[in-house]
Design a protein around this ligand. Structure first.
Ligand code: COA
Length: 303
Protein backbone atom coordinates (compact mmCIF):
# COMPACT_ATOMS: atom_id res chain seq x y z
CA UNK A 1 0.00 0.00 0.00
CA UNK A 2 1.25 3.49 -0.77
CA UNK A 3 1.55 6.23 1.83
CA UNK A 4 0.40 8.60 -0.89
CA UNK A 5 2.77 11.32 0.28
CA UNK A 6 2.36 13.12 -3.04
CA UNK A 7 -0.29 12.68 -5.68
CA UNK A 8 2.14 10.17 -7.13
CA UNK A 9 2.68 8.12 -3.95
CA UNK A 10 5.58 5.66 -3.79
CA UNK A 11 5.22 3.61 -6.93
CA UNK A 12 5.44 6.69 -9.14
CA UNK A 13 7.85 9.61 -8.81
CA UNK A 14 8.12 12.96 -10.57
CA UNK A 15 11.03 15.32 -11.14
CA UNK A 16 10.60 18.73 -12.73
CA UNK A 17 13.32 20.12 -14.94
CA UNK A 18 13.20 22.85 -17.60
CA UNK A 19 9.37 22.74 -17.76
CA UNK A 20 9.45 18.96 -18.29
CA UNK A 21 7.85 16.56 -15.79
CA UNK A 22 9.87 13.36 -15.77
CA UNK A 23 7.35 10.79 -14.54
CA UNK A 24 8.97 7.57 -13.30
CA UNK A 25 7.64 4.09 -12.95
CA UNK A 26 9.17 3.78 -9.49
CA UNK A 27 9.41 0.09 -8.58
CA UNK A 28 12.95 -0.64 -9.77
CA UNK A 29 13.28 -3.72 -7.53
CA UNK A 30 10.25 -5.17 -9.37
CA UNK A 31 11.40 -3.97 -12.81
CA UNK A 32 8.65 -1.34 -12.64
CA UNK A 33 5.86 -3.83 -13.23
CA UNK A 34 2.40 -2.33 -12.85
CA UNK A 35 0.46 -3.24 -9.70
CA UNK A 36 -3.06 -2.02 -8.90
CA UNK A 37 -1.47 0.57 -6.58
CA UNK A 38 0.83 1.83 -9.32
CA UNK A 39 -2.13 2.11 -11.69
CA UNK A 40 -4.04 4.28 -9.20
CA UNK A 41 -1.01 6.44 -8.43
CA UNK A 42 -0.13 6.90 -12.08
CA UNK A 43 -3.66 8.09 -12.82
CA UNK A 44 -3.49 10.60 -9.94
CA UNK A 45 -0.08 11.82 -11.11
CA UNK A 46 -1.04 12.36 -14.74
CA UNK A 47 -4.31 14.01 -13.69
CA UNK A 48 -2.47 16.45 -11.39
CA UNK A 49 0.15 17.30 -14.01
CA UNK A 50 -2.50 18.53 -16.42
CA UNK A 51 -2.96 21.60 -14.19
CA UNK A 52 0.63 21.95 -13.00
CA UNK A 53 2.50 24.91 -14.49
CA UNK A 54 5.85 23.24 -13.87
CA UNK A 55 4.94 20.71 -16.53
CA UNK A 56 4.67 21.65 -20.17
CA UNK A 57 5.71 18.24 -21.48
CA UNK A 58 5.33 14.85 -19.77
CA UNK A 59 8.19 12.36 -20.16
CA UNK A 60 7.29 8.84 -19.01
CA UNK A 61 10.30 6.75 -18.05
CA UNK A 62 11.47 4.13 -15.58
CA UNK A 63 13.80 3.99 -12.59
CA UNK A 64 16.59 1.45 -12.87
CA UNK A 65 16.94 -1.20 -15.55
CA UNK A 66 13.35 -1.23 -16.78
CA UNK A 67 10.89 1.07 -18.48
CA UNK A 68 8.22 -1.35 -17.28
CA UNK A 69 8.10 -5.16 -17.18
CA UNK A 70 4.34 -5.06 -17.83
CA UNK A 71 1.51 -5.97 -15.52
CA UNK A 72 2.44 -7.33 -12.09
CA UNK A 73 1.96 -11.12 -12.31
CA UNK A 74 1.65 -11.35 -8.53
CA UNK A 75 -0.41 -8.33 -7.50
CA UNK A 76 -2.43 -7.75 -10.67
CA UNK A 77 -3.00 -11.38 -11.69
CA UNK A 78 -2.41 -14.07 -9.05
CA UNK A 79 -3.57 -12.13 -5.98
CA UNK A 80 -6.81 -11.14 -7.70
CA UNK A 81 -7.62 -14.50 -9.30
CA UNK A 82 -9.81 -15.49 -6.35
CA UNK A 83 -11.55 -12.12 -6.05
CA UNK A 84 -15.10 -11.56 -7.26
CA UNK A 85 -15.97 -10.31 -10.69
CA UNK A 86 -16.70 -6.73 -9.59
CA UNK A 87 -13.25 -6.46 -7.98
CA UNK A 88 -11.50 -7.83 -11.06
CA UNK A 89 -13.39 -5.45 -13.32
CA UNK A 90 -12.46 -2.54 -11.05
CA UNK A 91 -8.71 -3.20 -11.25
CA UNK A 92 -8.95 -3.59 -15.02
CA UNK A 93 -10.73 -0.28 -15.22
CA UNK A 94 -8.06 1.40 -13.06
CA UNK A 95 -5.34 0.15 -15.40
CA UNK A 96 -7.22 1.27 -18.51
CA UNK A 97 -8.12 4.64 -17.04
CA UNK A 98 -4.51 5.84 -17.04
CA UNK A 99 -2.95 3.66 -19.77
CA UNK A 100 -5.66 4.06 -22.36
CA UNK A 101 -7.64 7.18 -21.42
CA UNK A 102 -5.72 9.72 -19.32
CA UNK A 103 -2.33 9.19 -20.96
CA UNK A 104 -3.68 8.84 -24.48
CA UNK A 105 -5.66 12.06 -24.16
CA UNK A 106 -3.32 13.99 -21.87
CA UNK A 107 -3.57 17.78 -21.96
CA UNK A 108 0.21 18.08 -22.37
CA UNK A 109 2.43 16.48 -25.02
CA UNK A 110 3.71 13.09 -23.84
CA UNK A 111 7.02 11.39 -24.68
CA UNK A 112 7.95 7.84 -23.73
CA UNK A 113 11.66 7.78 -22.85
CA UNK A 114 12.29 4.05 -23.10
CA UNK A 115 15.31 3.24 -20.97
CA UNK A 116 15.12 -0.54 -20.53
CA UNK A 117 12.83 -3.60 -20.35
CA UNK A 118 9.37 -3.23 -21.95
CA UNK A 119 7.13 -6.29 -21.66
CA UNK A 120 3.50 -7.18 -22.21
CA UNK A 121 1.13 -4.69 -20.62
CA UNK A 122 3.74 -1.92 -20.92
CA UNK A 123 3.12 -1.76 -24.67
CA UNK A 124 -0.20 -0.03 -23.98
CA UNK A 125 1.15 3.07 -22.17
CA UNK A 126 4.04 3.07 -24.65
CA UNK A 127 1.61 3.32 -27.55
CA UNK A 128 -0.52 5.87 -25.71
CA UNK A 129 2.37 8.35 -25.49
CA UNK A 130 2.34 10.81 -28.38
CA UNK A 131 5.99 10.18 -29.24
CA UNK A 132 8.43 7.47 -28.15
CA UNK A 133 12.24 7.51 -28.11
CA UNK A 134 14.09 4.35 -27.12
CA UNK A 135 17.56 3.52 -26.04
CA UNK A 136 19.30 1.14 -28.45
CA UNK A 137 19.77 -1.31 -25.59
CA UNK A 138 16.10 -1.32 -24.52
CA UNK A 139 14.57 -4.80 -24.79
CA UNK A 140 10.95 -5.27 -25.84
CA UNK A 141 8.81 -8.39 -25.75
CA UNK A 142 5.20 -9.46 -26.10
CA UNK A 143 5.84 -12.10 -23.48
CA UNK A 144 2.22 -13.03 -22.76
CA UNK A 145 2.34 -16.09 -25.00
CA UNK A 146 5.38 -17.28 -23.02
CA UNK A 147 3.30 -17.62 -19.86
CA UNK A 148 -0.01 -18.59 -21.37
CA UNK A 149 -2.22 -15.57 -21.98
CA UNK A 150 -3.36 -13.45 -24.92
CA UNK A 151 -1.96 -9.87 -24.87
CA UNK A 152 -4.86 -8.13 -23.11
CA UNK A 153 -5.29 -4.65 -21.67
CA UNK A 154 -5.50 -3.56 -25.28
CA UNK A 155 -1.88 -4.52 -25.92
CA UNK A 156 -3.04 -6.36 -29.03
CA UNK A 157 -4.75 -3.24 -30.31
CA UNK A 158 -1.76 -1.08 -29.40
CA UNK A 159 0.60 -3.19 -31.48
CA UNK A 160 -1.87 -3.48 -34.36
CA UNK A 161 -1.82 0.34 -34.42
CA UNK A 162 1.92 0.79 -34.14
CA UNK A 163 3.73 -2.29 -35.51
CA UNK A 164 1.56 -3.46 -38.41
CA UNK A 165 0.08 -6.90 -38.99
CA UNK A 166 3.19 -8.90 -39.94
CA UNK A 167 5.36 -7.63 -37.10
CA UNK A 168 2.60 -7.64 -34.50
CA UNK A 169 1.53 -11.21 -35.22
CA UNK A 170 5.14 -12.42 -35.34
CA UNK A 171 5.95 -11.07 -31.89
CA UNK A 172 2.53 -11.90 -30.38
CA UNK A 173 2.91 -15.52 -31.50
CA UNK A 174 6.61 -16.10 -30.81
CA UNK A 175 7.15 -14.02 -27.67
CA UNK A 176 10.66 -13.23 -28.96
CA UNK A 177 12.39 -10.09 -27.76
CA UNK A 178 13.71 -7.23 -29.91
CA UNK A 179 15.85 -4.15 -29.30
CA UNK A 180 15.42 -0.41 -29.73
CA UNK A 181 16.57 -0.15 -33.35
CA UNK A 182 14.14 -2.85 -34.41
CA UNK A 183 11.34 -1.10 -32.48
CA UNK A 184 12.11 2.07 -34.44
CA UNK A 185 12.26 0.22 -37.75
CA UNK A 186 8.78 -1.22 -37.09
CA UNK A 187 7.29 2.11 -35.97
CA UNK A 188 6.70 1.10 -32.36
CA UNK A 189 8.95 4.01 -31.35
CA UNK A 190 9.95 7.05 -33.39
CA UNK A 191 13.69 6.70 -32.90
CA UNK A 192 16.27 4.67 -31.08
CA UNK A 193 19.48 6.29 -29.87
CA UNK A 194 22.52 5.18 -27.87
CA UNK A 195 21.74 5.02 -24.15
CA UNK A 196 23.97 7.97 -23.29
CA UNK A 197 22.07 10.20 -25.73
CA UNK A 198 18.54 9.20 -24.73
CA UNK A 199 17.76 11.97 -22.27
CA UNK A 200 19.47 14.64 -24.40
CA UNK A 201 17.37 13.67 -27.42
CA UNK A 202 14.16 13.65 -25.35
CA UNK A 203 14.95 17.09 -23.92
CA UNK A 204 15.57 18.46 -27.44
CA UNK A 205 12.25 17.11 -28.59
CA UNK A 206 10.41 18.46 -25.54
CA UNK A 207 11.84 21.90 -26.29
CA UNK A 208 10.54 21.75 -29.86
CA UNK A 209 7.06 20.89 -28.58
CA UNK A 210 7.15 23.74 -26.05
CA UNK A 211 7.64 26.19 -28.90
CA UNK A 212 4.19 25.51 -30.35
CA UNK A 213 0.86 27.05 -29.39
CA UNK A 214 -0.15 24.65 -26.56
CA UNK A 215 -3.88 24.86 -27.25
CA UNK A 216 -3.43 24.04 -30.92
CA UNK A 217 -0.89 21.34 -30.12
CA UNK A 218 -3.38 19.61 -27.83
CA UNK A 219 -6.14 19.87 -30.42
CA UNK A 220 -3.85 18.54 -33.16
CA UNK A 221 -3.06 15.36 -31.27
CA UNK A 222 -6.66 14.85 -30.18
CA UNK A 223 -7.82 15.22 -33.77
CA UNK A 224 -5.31 12.66 -35.03
CA UNK A 225 -6.39 10.10 -32.46
CA UNK A 226 -10.10 10.53 -33.29
CA UNK A 227 -10.16 10.83 -37.07
CA UNK A 228 -8.60 7.44 -37.67
CA UNK A 229 -11.97 5.89 -36.87
CA UNK A 230 -14.12 8.31 -38.90
CA UNK A 231 -15.21 8.38 -42.53
CA UNK A 232 -13.86 11.17 -44.73
CA UNK A 233 -16.84 13.52 -44.52
CA UNK A 234 -17.21 13.21 -40.77
CA UNK A 235 -13.47 13.65 -40.29
CA UNK A 236 -13.41 16.76 -42.46
CA UNK A 237 -16.24 18.37 -40.49
CA UNK A 238 -14.74 17.31 -37.17
CA UNK A 239 -11.29 18.69 -37.99
CA UNK A 240 -12.70 22.09 -38.98
CA UNK A 241 -14.80 22.19 -35.82
CA UNK A 242 -11.82 21.36 -33.64
CA UNK A 243 -9.71 23.88 -35.53
CA UNK A 244 -12.29 26.62 -34.95
CA UNK A 245 -12.58 25.64 -31.28
CA UNK A 246 -8.80 25.71 -30.83
CA UNK A 247 -8.65 29.13 -32.49
CA UNK A 248 -11.35 30.45 -30.14
CA UNK A 249 -9.72 28.93 -27.05
CA UNK A 250 -6.19 30.07 -27.87
CA UNK A 251 -7.25 33.57 -28.95
CA UNK A 252 -5.37 33.19 -32.22
CA UNK A 253 -2.42 35.33 -31.11
CA UNK A 254 0.18 32.78 -32.21
CA UNK A 255 -1.45 32.22 -35.60
CA UNK A 256 -2.01 35.95 -36.23
CA UNK A 257 1.54 36.86 -35.25
CA UNK A 258 2.96 34.10 -37.42
CA UNK A 259 0.97 35.24 -40.47
CA UNK A 260 2.10 38.85 -40.00
CA UNK A 261 5.72 37.78 -39.59
CA UNK A 262 5.56 35.71 -42.79
CA UNK A 263 3.26 37.69 -45.09
CA UNK A 264 4.00 41.30 -44.09
CA UNK A 265 7.29 41.49 -42.24
CA UNK A 266 9.00 38.74 -44.30
CA UNK A 267 11.07 37.69 -41.28
CA UNK A 268 9.82 34.16 -40.73
CA UNK A 269 9.36 31.04 -42.90
CA UNK A 270 6.75 28.68 -41.41
CA UNK A 271 8.00 25.88 -43.62
CA UNK A 272 11.36 26.01 -41.88
CA UNK A 273 10.82 26.97 -38.26
CA UNK A 274 8.35 27.60 -35.45
CA UNK A 275 7.06 31.14 -35.07
CA UNK A 276 8.71 32.94 -32.19
CA UNK A 277 6.91 36.09 -31.15
CA UNK A 278 9.82 37.16 -28.94
CA UNK A 279 12.43 37.06 -31.67
CA UNK A 280 15.28 34.60 -31.59
CA UNK A 281 14.55 32.29 -28.67
CA UNK A 282 10.91 31.48 -27.98
CA UNK A 283 10.05 31.07 -24.31
CA UNK A 284 7.79 28.12 -23.74
CA UNK A 285 4.15 28.92 -23.08
CA UNK A 286 1.56 26.92 -21.22
CA UNK A 287 -1.50 26.88 -18.99
CA UNK A 288 -1.97 29.93 -16.76
CA UNK A 289 -3.98 27.88 -14.29
CA UNK A 290 -2.23 27.74 -10.90
CA UNK A 291 -1.09 24.30 -9.77
CA UNK A 292 -3.41 23.51 -6.88
CA UNK A 293 -3.46 19.76 -7.23
CA UNK A 294 0.27 19.19 -6.83
CA UNK A 295 2.36 19.93 -3.78
CA UNK A 296 5.98 21.09 -4.12
CA UNK A 297 8.40 18.23 -4.70
CA UNK A 298 11.34 17.34 -2.58
CA UNK A 299 13.90 17.43 -5.36
CA UNK A 300 14.37 19.45 -8.51
CA UNK A 301 16.39 19.33 -11.67
CA UNK A 302 18.16 16.09 -10.90
CA UNK A 303 17.82 14.86 -14.46
N1 COA B 1 5.30 -9.14 -12.45
C1 COA B 1 5.66 -9.42 -11.18
N2 COA B 1 6.92 -9.37 -10.75
C2 COA B 1 7.87 -9.05 -11.65
C3 COA B 1 7.58 -8.77 -12.97
C4 COA B 1 6.21 -8.81 -13.38
N3 COA B 1 5.82 -8.50 -14.61
N4 COA B 1 8.71 -8.48 -13.62
C5 COA B 1 9.70 -8.58 -12.70
N5 COA B 1 9.18 -8.93 -11.51
C6 COA B 1 9.89 -9.14 -10.25
C7 COA B 1 10.56 -10.50 -10.15
O1 COA B 1 9.64 -11.49 -9.75
C8 COA B 1 11.61 -10.22 -9.13
O2 COA B 1 11.00 -10.21 -7.87
P1 COA B 1 11.80 -10.78 -6.56
O3 COA B 1 13.01 -9.91 -6.39
O4 COA B 1 10.82 -10.65 -5.45
O5 COA B 1 12.18 -12.20 -6.89
C9 COA B 1 12.04 -8.80 -9.44
O6 COA B 1 10.96 -8.21 -10.16
C10 COA B 1 13.28 -8.71 -10.29
O7 COA B 1 13.08 -9.47 -11.46
P2 COA B 1 14.11 -10.58 -12.00
O8 COA B 1 13.33 -11.55 -12.81
O9 COA B 1 14.89 -11.15 -10.86
O10 COA B 1 15.05 -9.66 -12.90
P3 COA B 1 15.91 -10.08 -14.19
O11 COA B 1 16.74 -8.89 -14.49
O12 COA B 1 16.58 -11.38 -13.98
O13 COA B 1 14.82 -10.27 -15.36
C11 COA B 1 12.87 -9.61 -16.64
C12 COA B 1 14.07 -9.15 -15.80
C13 COA B 1 12.07 -8.35 -16.94
C14 COA B 1 13.39 -10.24 -17.95
C15 COA B 1 12.05 -10.67 -15.83
O14 COA B 1 11.77 -10.14 -14.55
C16 COA B 1 10.73 -11.01 -16.50
O15 COA B 1 10.69 -11.84 -17.37
N6 COA B 1 9.63 -10.37 -16.01
C17 COA B 1 8.30 -10.66 -16.53
C18 COA B 1 8.06 -9.90 -17.81
C19 COA B 1 6.70 -10.22 -18.37
O16 COA B 1 6.46 -11.29 -18.89
N7 COA B 1 5.81 -9.25 -18.28
C20 COA B 1 4.52 -9.35 -18.91
C21 COA B 1 3.44 -9.09 -17.96
S1 COA B 1 1.92 -8.84 -18.84
Amino acid sequence: MSTNKQPWGNTVDVEFSDDIAFVYFNRPDKKNCMSPTLNREMYATLHALELDNRCKVVVLTGRGAAWSAGMDLKEYFRETDQEGDAFKMRIREEAASWQQIKLRNHAKPTIAMVNGWVFGGAFTPLSSCDIAIASDDATFGLSEINWGIIPGGNVTKSVADTMGQRNALYYIMTGETFKGQKAAQMGLVNESVPADQLEKRVRELAKVLMGKDPVVLRAAKEVFKRVRYMDWETANDYIYSKSDAAFARSGGEFRGGAMTAFLDEKKFKPGLATYNKDGSKKKSSGSKTPAKAVKPVKKTSKK
